[in-house]
Ligand binder design. Sequence first.
Ligand SMILES: NC(=O)c1ccc[n+]([C@@H]2O[C@H](COP(=O)([O-])OP(=O)(O)OC[C@H]3O[C@@H](n4cnc5c(N)ncnc54)[C@H](O)[C@@H]3O)[C@@H](O)[C@H]2O)c1
Length: 385
Amino acid sequence: MANEERSVGIVMNGVTGRMGYRQHLVRSILAIREQGGVRLPDGTILRPEPILVGRNENKLAAIAKEHGLDRWTTDLGEALSTAGAEIYFDAQVTSHRVESISAAIEAGLHVYTEKPIAEDTEAALRLGRLARDAGVKAGVVQDKLFLPGLRKLKRLVDGGFFGRILSVRGEFGYWVFEGDWQEAQRPSWNYRAEDGGGITIDMFCHWRYVLEEIFAPVRSVQALAATHIPRRVDERGDTYDCTADDAAYGIFELDGGIVAQINSSWATRVFRDELVEFHVDGTEGSAVAGLRRCRVQHRTMTPKPVWNPDLPAGEDFRSQWQEVPDNDEFDNGFKVQWELFLRHVAAGEPFPWDFLAGARGVQLAELGLRSAEEGRRIPVSELSL
Ligand SMILES: NC(=O)c1ccc[n+]([C@@H]2O[C@H](COP(=O)([O-])OP(=O)(O)OC[C@H]3O[C@@H](n4cnc5c(N)ncnc54)[C@H](O)[C@@H]3O)[C@@H](O)[C@H]2O)c1
């Protein structure tokens, strides 16, 4: 007997943007449709039906046409009241998020959203309470957890590879062109604080869940935020003043005395194997994990270099590390998390990355910015809805 099918309408806002289009529409929702849907525990096949919503009619129509979709509108209210719409998804610019999500919750839809869920912690917690009181399910994108490199790192932690973990050093970033002689590869709102931009708010949300899910709870933050490039050229060719930080140098104290230092920068040139890398040192071994790869050096295999600036380096240090095997198949992380959220909505399966988790990310960013302003280390308190 054929499995029963049921469709789930998803209002997708911000699909003309980088993340909304590529990662969420094409690589997640359309990819799920192409694979035939998501199977629920009772055998039912859940088929997502996107309803595109945005500001620009022409762009929406073009996307819909290209992908054979027939439902799109520039009216959020109309989208939210479409028959069969059960989930609202938001990948708009951050500054428009709270208003649209609130409207979706009031319309009785479940909500899934890009991070940061709001621009400040209080607003994030208010959203969480709104969702809880309305009895709708709410989830936030935490895509880095699903990166193959970080999953291997988590596997090493769970397997006890490191012994006592001492420190974590993260390097994230790349050069974002100023837009004068080569087009910038990120939208200009990222460099304007008044439009919700800034690398601290963008990246510290990620570092909160990465540090806590792989290592331990974050107890304090000390950060220095900088605007290294003071002027850039926007999408229309106009020069503008950068009012948001484009680099954030953070030190985080974790439970168990683990010290994590993470540099996040759009003003650095990459001399790494991947755009993000974490170097973890433990008493029993060390690891370097990127987006996909993870390499380790065990205590028993650790060489004994001797400092001698009079001689050229005599060892090839990188060759002294071993590759951690995949031992698994890794699908696109955004898609994997979408499948989990769909099962959460349709079959009540657990989904730990709710709006409280989203608010915790915003909190770390907010405290990071405050630390930078005040020049001091700030404790991270527990949040609750
Ligand atoms: N999970 C991740 O790794 C990740 C990575 C990058 C960005 N993001 C998040 O995704 C969201 C979108 O980022 P993006 O890089 O795709 O941005 P983008 O500028 O490419 O897209 C923004 C979207 O918002 C819409 N929008 C609505 N009101 C707008 C306004 N007033 N000005 C400009 N655009 C407006 C645009 O039409 C577009 O669809 C942000 O909240 C960002 O923090 C997440």
